[in-house]
Design a protein around this ligand. Structure first.
Ligand code: PGA
Length: 237
């Protein structure tokens, strides 16, 4: 796990966008695993401003609330479309969806089959949950946990409640830890003092199911891109 420090959220957005453009220049039809949430939004806005060829880029959805269809304001698919795919001209036929509506087993299986058929994930763009989750891989999550439906922890429900006026659903589907760890590169974006405590724990932890992001220590090319506020005193510990 490589830690890269940047000054602030604006610098984080620039650095993250640079990593995405690098991945696309290396492979024009790169498959991006794309988080929603607050943290990657600056990166996505910066990508929309950059001149690079996104005409073949493919995107896989990281997670979705069970039963929440795309017309619902809480739809993470809808959020990903608006923030990343539409500005870059990535149409539905280049998006791998994690469906909220089909039954759990077939939705998760179809997603994993589609990711495998696409050749796997080139770059996973992730945020860090206040409880150490990646996607909705909530603690505890085993290193080889597949794409599946999970019950959200109280921490995630509370944290994600700030995105919407509506109640946060209690169940969600998430790309598995297996799939995240198989990505050729992972970039974990962490911004703000709100994340300082959990980031310090992730950086210091031995890999453990109780801190899902700690599995990234086992990844051969995981970059933690964190701003000064998120690092707090972590760089001095
Ligand atoms: P955030 O969410 O980017 O909005 O902080 C991260 C997460 O909970 O996974």
């Amino acid at each position: 796990m490589e830690l890269r420090r940047v000054d602030d959220a604006a610098a984080l957005a620039m650095a993250a966008a640079g990593l995405v453009v690098d991945a696309v220049q290396a492979r024009p039809d790169a498959v991006l695993l794309a988080a929603t949430g607050e943290t990657p939004m600056g990166c996505y806005a910066e990508l929309a401003r950059r001149a690079f060829d996104s005409s073949r880029v493919r995107v896989a959805q990281l997670d979705e609330y069970t039963g929440v269809t795309e017309v619902d304001p809480r739809s993470l698919y809808g959020w990903m479309r608006r923030s990343l795919c539409d500005p870059l001209g990535i149409d539905e036929d280049r998006i791998i969806r994690l469906r909220p509506d089909a039954d759990e087993a077939s939705a998760c299986r179809a997603y994993e089959v589609a990711v495998a058929a696409a050749g796997g994930i080139d770059l996973a763009i992730l945020g860090l949950g206040p409880n150490g989750h990646l996607g909705f891989n909530e603690p505890p999550t085993d290193v080889d946990a597949p794409t599946r439906e999970v019950a959200l922890t109280a921490s995630s429900i509370e944290s994600n409640g700030r995105y919407f006026a509506e109640a946060v659903p209690e169940r969600a589907r998430t790309a598995g830890m297996n799939l995240i760890l198989a990505a050729r590169r992972v970039v974990l974006l962490v911004s703000g003092s709100r994340k300082a405590d959990i980031l310090r724990r992730v950086l210091q932890a031995e890999p453990t199911p109780w801190l899902p992001a700690s599995w990234l220590h086992q990844h051969p090319d995981a970059i933690v891109l964190a701003d000064a506020a998120a690092l707090g005193d972590a760089t001095h510990s």
